[in-house]
Design a protein around this ligand. Structure first.
Ligand code: HEM
Length: 137
């Protein structure tokens, strides 16, 4: 089971590399005006989103595998963790929508919005890892 947990964490780190950097690209993309920069950011975002999604899918697959050992009764820390993971998945999907809005030239937000948006994954990471490692409740 420790191999499963190891891969769970490896994929989690891969996913978070994208979750930390993609919104940062959105900050620069929101300020870009010239065609060359707009196309370059769109390409970088598309490739990063693919890596980020591989990380997310691997984290969930190995997480569900680990869940076998904790299924019934599911402890409170795991309920709380999975609720935060659900928020993380929504954040991931919203990044996809934002990426599409940039590509179609319909981005509605400025760099300041994306700077705040970029803080969310860090807060979720801290809360989820503390719950997973400390199992406080
Ligand atoms: C659907 C998604 C997920 C499921 C079902 C899941 C489930 C689990 C389970 C059952 C364990 C084993 C706990 C143990 O045996 O100690 C675990 C460990 C862990 N999970 Fe997840 N997890 C998910 C997503 C995540 C995410 C998104 C993160 C990071 C942000 C994360 C971080 C960790 C860490 C750090 C451990 C190791 C805890 C330890 O060894 O003490 N997990 N996860």
């Amino acid at each position: 089971m420790l191999w499963i947990k190891a891969f769970h964490i490896i994929f989690m780190v891969t996913g978070f590399a994208g979750l930390f950097y993609l919104p940062r690209l959105f900050v620069y993309h929101a300020d870009a005006r010239d065609t060359l920069s707009l196309e370059r950011f769109a390409t970088m975002e598309r490739r990063l989103f693919a890596i980020m999604s591989i990380g997310a899918i691997g984290t969930i697959m190995f997480g569900l595998w680990l869940l076998i050992g904790w299924w019934l009764p599911m402890p409170v820390w795991l309920h709380a963790k999975l609720a935060l993971v659900a928020l993380l998945i929504l954040y991931h999907l919203y990044c996809y929508r934002l990426m599409r809005s940039f590509r179609s030239g319909d981005n509605l937000h400025g760099a300041r919005f994306y700077r705040w948006f970029n803080e969310i994954p860090g807060l979720l990471l801290i809360a989820i890892v503390i719950l997973a490692v400390m199992k406080p409740v």
